[in-house]
Write a protein that binds this ligand. Structure first.
Ligand SMILES: [Zn+2]
Length: 317
């Protein structure tokens, strides 16, 4: 694709549908049986032989119900769903589909967390039983039964999709490729999203950079949040995301000219990037990213944890 062409996929049809439910979602037909529902979290429906395979379920039963209804209104039979990772905004609505008899598929590790979603706030609160503030629907979804899948070709009834391993943002996140489209979940946050959330959530910093190399090769990309991307737009978005991750790593490394606590580093990075936290969950999410950076620096021999005066400090090696 030439650089003159638009970075957004040109939709075949473009329909707003809301009907009084929130949030508003916009459905786009990308051709070859791929439909995307653009909203706070982008969801997908792959259509083959009158059946629909959903990709991700959204935060709660609202978006999940909409996709199901969309399928019925288009005389499609909902068949199953592939869930990319165990963050509540991506699988929170999946229980509704399970209640309606759909099988749900995810990687074994992410699937284990979907079956036991309390693990998410437990992790965010450093292993302790989480306070009520971390048990809201953004960090604690309803559990659902999962069929484990591995990377590679996946046959589900009439569907053959490719499951792509994209760890980093989450421990065992997967993407789904079908024909010319890759659903990459949160392996890439486009610039529009980074402007609002300059410290993207990250579980494994180095893993995220490796997964970005896979995403970068896609022709057409459906990220978990933000606009659809294609051609040069994919490359530009990947470069911007890589730069943002690198910027965070550089800030942390520079700040280690003096020994710092993890919390001080979160504050320093937030100041430099203009991030604002509005509650416990916001802070804990950013803290995880900073910890992922510290692990990355430690792997390279650039940082180490020391305990001085009973304080856990990070410093350059
Ligand atoms: Zn996520």
């Amino acid at each position: 694709m030439s650089s003159n062409e638009t970075s957004e996929i040109t939709p075949k049809s473009h329909v707003q549908f809301n009907r009084g439910y929130t949030p508003v979602m916009e459905v786009r037909d990308l051709g070859d049986g791929v439909h995307v529902f653009l909203g706070p979290v982008n969801l997908g429906a792959i259509v083959v032989e009158g059946k629909a395979l959903f990709v991700d379920a959204g935060l709660d039963d609202g978006p999940a119900r909409k996709l199901y209804r969309w399928a019925e209104e288009n005389h499609l039979s909902p068949h199953a769903a592939v869930l990319t990772h165990a963050h509540a905004d991506h699988f929170g609505g999946a229980f509704l589909w399970a209640n309606r008899g759909l099988s749900l598929y995810a990687s074994p590790l992410e699937g284990a967390m979907m079956e036991h979603p309390i693990l998410e706030p437990i992790f965010l609160f450093a292993g302790a039983t989480p306070p009520q503030e971390l048990r809201a629907k953004f960090t604690l979804a309803k559990p659902c039964r999962i069929q484990p899948i591995e990377p590679g070709p996946l046959e589900l009834g009439p569907f053959t999709v490719e499951v792509i391993s994209l760890p980093g943002h989450a421990p065992a996140q997967i993407g789904v490729r079908f024909n010319h489209v890759l659903f990459c979940a949160d392996a890439l946050f486009p610039e529009e999203v980074l402007r609002k959330h300059p410290i993207p959530f990250c579980h494994d910093f180095d893993g995220a950079l490796e997964s970005l190399k896979v995403v970068e090769g896609a022709e057409n990309l459906v990220p978990g949040h933000g606009p659809l991307l294609s051609g040069d737009g994919v490359r530009r978005a990947c470069n911007a995301f890589r730069d943002q991750l690198q910027k965070i790593r550089d800030i942390v490394h520079r700040e280690l000219h003096l020994p710092r606590t993890g919390e001080e580093l979160v504050v320093r990075v937030a100041e430099k990037l203009g991030a604002n936290f509005f509650g416990l969950a916001d802070f804990c999410l950013a803290q995880t990213t900073i910890h992922a950076v510290l692990t990355s620096l430690s792997r390279e021999g650039l940082a180490q944890a020391v305990v001085e005066g009973n304080r856990l400090l990070w410093r350059r090696r």
